[in-house]
Design a protein around this ligand. Sequence first.
Ligand SMILES: *[C@@H]1O[C@H](CO)[C@@H](O)[C@H](O)[C@H]1NC(C)=O
Ligand SMILES: *[C@@H]1O[C@H](CO)[C@@H](O)[C@H](O)[C@H]1NC(C)=O
Length: 185
Amino acid sequence: MQLLPSLLILVPLCGGQEWEAPEYCRGSPCPQFTVVNKTTDFEERLYVATAWITTKIPNPTAFDLIAASARLKSVAGHFDAWPVLINVTNDKEYVLSWFVPPDMNIPEITDPSPVQLENRPEVNVYVRVFRGTPSIDQGKLNANELCKSLRKAGKTFSTERYAGAAYESYFALTHHNEVWIDKTQ
Ligand SMILES: *[C@@H]1O[C@H](CO)[C@@H](O)[C@H](O)[C@H]1NC(C)=O
Ligand SMILES: *[C@@H]1O[C@H](CO)[C@@H](O)[C@H](O)[C@H]1NC(C)=O
């Protein structure tokens, strides 16, 4: 009979289908995904539909990046969620995005605004992880490596766009970064 109380406690814990965020989210909200496939070079993830606030980065300079972050902050305030995403299209258009957790309400954005709320549908992405202080150059280098691995594996993927994802402040001592490339049919 001693067992009974602990069984009763265990049942609700194991019964739920609660998603467990990866350790590199460090307890902060981050987008939910499942790993579809994994090789030594990359993994394929299926992300649920997500919301982001986004703004353009006119030039890939530290100055423009800081200004873009300030624009997002002026709309959404400071909140705790990761990753910060830099979406690069055709090697020349840069967009900064912050993940908006499902339970967070962003104040209404009045048009026209340089900041947009973007709802992204469910998406399959190929992911490569890299370490060290994140930068535009490191993002590009790793996107190229991911591209090569995907080609070698015979995958079909977007060749015009990739995204770099950072999960901690630029000044953190250790970094978990990722590059994402959309899977195509
Ligand atoms: C990159 O930006 C495009 C255009 O805004 C968007 O459709 C796409 O979902 C973004 N991709 C990633 C991986 O963030
Ligand atoms: C997983 O990736 C491997 C290597 O590219 C491939 O052979 C296999 O078909 C993939 N499996 C799925 C379920 O996509």
